[in-house]
Design a protein around this ligand. Sequence first.
Ligand code: DX5
Ligand code: ZN
Length: 210
Amino acid sequence: MLVAPSILSADFGDLKNSIKKVSTAEWLHVDVMDGHFVPNISIGPVVVKGLRPYTKQVLDTHLMISEPLKYVKQFVAAGSDRITFHIETVSDVVYTIEEIKKLSVPVGISIKPNTPVDSIKEYLKDIDQVLVMSVEPGFGGQKFMTNALEKIKELDTIKKTTRLNFEIVVDGGINETTGALCKEAGATVLVAGSYVFNSENPKGRIDSLR
Ligand code: DX5
Ligand code: ZN
């Protein structure tokens, strides 16, 4: 299981040292919010640029913004390694995937809790990851929504029957218990913010998710 601590729960007054506490994780999850698609404002390319020299971890960038294509070039130039956009924010999905792929980074699609897997089935062959939101996007520290488990199982079945190899990423309310349920359902990457950063032993928490 890959683990991706969400830096939304990191100490922004001391970000460099805060991410050092989670250096054993394979990925770092970067939550980008525009105050429009979601009711919160968070991280821009400047933060990715600031982080980049201090970590070799994969910067998994979760775009919760209304116009993802307007900013992807800046994020990739700043050091983002993977880009995920929300299906609910774009009308031309194929074009969006192609434009991100032109930047030579893996691309992912995210679905909100009320968005069914059906809405992305036709694109699964063209993407590298699906990000299943297990909370309403916008804030860390929320409670895990169990309907995400059915979606994970559905995606896992699709992978097995089609031999596609996209990552199944789960995001929101992940802890040792909900993480184990997601793993059992077929998740391959667990995003965790508050569970990892709001702990005396972040590395122990990362290990508990594996
Ligand atoms: C919410 C973000 C999540 C969030 C996870 O919109 O996409 O990545 O930071 O935080 P926890 O793990 O605390 O729910
Ligand atoms: Zn996220």
